[in-house]
Design a protein around this ligand. Structure first.
Ligand SMILES: NC(=O)c1ccc[n+]([C@@H]2O[C@H](COP(=O)([O-])OP(=O)(O)OC[C@H]3O[C@@H](n4cnc5c(N)ncnc54)[C@H](O)[C@@H]3O)[C@@H](O)[C@H]2O)c1
Length: 366
């Protein structure tokens, strides 16, 4: 029997095959031994390319979870199944890396967190943007107080015309929403992590379905079918935190803007500011002058989670996750943090639907 960490992967579409498997393949301490997809050929193809010689192929994730030799499961299915599969995997005694967003509702996300606590098994969510060089460096600046008290943040997930037209992204039932839950989730995760502030008290939001109704629209991945476009095309939120700090969240797949910036944050603090725009730009006042400093990442900054040579954010995400499993430490992306993201996104949808500000009680923070 091997002493490697044995992994099973469920969902072998875009993210399973382009992010998880290539990064796991670079880790000598793991082997991927089980593959599951509703479409058997997808699982079989991935097993052949990335699996152990005796890798198993399944079309029903419950069969995969019966394999007691698996230590870890990666969940890469559409959003609506994250909670069901993750809870079942945790209960089957596996540690779970689940793709973002954590779930399509905060109640589901809570069930996932509860299952992790109850079983003592680790759970993390696939927010790989935390592992970009600019994110790692900015996080360190925030930690050592270089920006001072950060009281305003902008979470930016703005695309001009990049509606994902493959898979089930336009299906409200399977995805739970559009750009807000799809890419707004990354930008909000980054912003909360930088601010290290997980105590939202109120949320006001608007969602739109405007350009989504257009036929033959210009689009990065080919025109969408407006008759199949059942989610919002853009969403905006205004979030107040317990300490008064405020965040604006802007998410779109199709918007008439020149400010296309995805998985980016802007932070404004008492001592300085930071913009993830064309790299990382720091600003503030020094020696009675305003300054702007563009950070170069040609030489790797010394950061507390340091990337190894030629390591992509996805590689680093996978490595740190597996190290957390091996060393029995907390994963960098904690499920408690992802739950707060889910609660805020849900509140934006609720505020947009009701026209009211949503007040999040004590239980909204972790
Ligand atoms: N981290 C990121 O930046 C990022 C990027 C893209 C997608 N994602 C997330 O990854 C997830 C999947 O997205 P995708 O782009 O890979 O979609 P996709 O449609 O390309 O792939 C999903 C796969 O899951 C399979 N599947 C569906 N239900 C299943 C089930 N019950 N059991 C087994 N297999 C099942 C489908 O057959 C398909 O092959 C989504 O939650 C999405 O939000 C994350």
């Amino acid at each position: 029997m091997t002493d490697k960490i044995r992994i099973g992967i469920i969902g072998l579409g875009g993210i399973g095959t382009s992010k998880h498997l290539p990064s796991l393949a670079k880790l000598p301490q793991v082997e991927v031994a089980a593959f599951c997809d509703l479409v058997e050929e997808k699982a079989a193809k991935a097993a052949k390319e990335y699996g152990t010689a005796d890798a198993k192929v399944y079309t029903d994730y419950r069969r995969l979870l019966e394999d007691s030799s698996l230590d870890v499961v990666h969940v890469c299915t559409p959003n609506s199944s994250h909670a069901e599969i993750t809870v079942a995997a945790l209960e089957a005694g596996k540690h779970v890396m689940c793709e973002k967003p954590m779930a399509i509702s905060s109640a589901d996300a809570e069930r996932m967190l509860d299952a992790s606590r109850r079983t003592g098994k680790k759970l993390t969510i696939g927010y790989q943007n935390r592992f970009r060089p600019d994110s790692l460096y900015l996080k360190q600046l925030c930690e050592i107080g270089e920006l001072g008290d950060i009281y305003f943040g902008r979470a930016l997930a703005l695309r001009r015309r990049a509606v994902p037209t493959w898979g089930v992204f336009l299906d409200k039932e399977l995805q739970g929403g559009g750009p807000l839950i799809d890419i707004g989730t990354h930008a909000l995760d980054l912003t909360l992590w930088m601010m290290d502030n997980y105590k939202p008290v109120s949320v006001t939001g608007s969602v739109f379905h405007k350009l989504g109704s257009t036929r033959n629209a210009a689009n990065l991945w080919g025109s969408w079918d407006p008759d199949q476009f059942h989610v919002e095309d853009s969403a905006f939120g205004f979030i107040k935190m317990e300490n008064g700090a405020t965040i604006s969240l802007e998410a779109s797949w199709a918007l008439n803007t020149l400010e296309a910036r995805e998985a980016k944050t802007t932070l404004c603090g008492t001592k300085g500011g930071a913009d993830m725009n064309d790299g990382l730009r720091l600003n503030g006042e020094r020696f009675s002058r305003l300054y702007e400093h563009k950070v170069s990442f040609d030489t790797a900054p010394v950061v507390f989670y340091s990337a190894q040579k030629d390591e992509t954010p996805a590689d680093m995400e996978a490595r740190l996750w597996i190290e957390a499993v091996i060393n029995d430490t907390e994963p960098v992306v904690k499920p408690e943090q992802a739950l707060v993201v889910s609660r805020i996104l849900e509140a934006i949808y609720e505020s947009a639907a009701t026209g009211k500000t949503i007040y999040l009680g004590e239980s909204a923070s972790q």
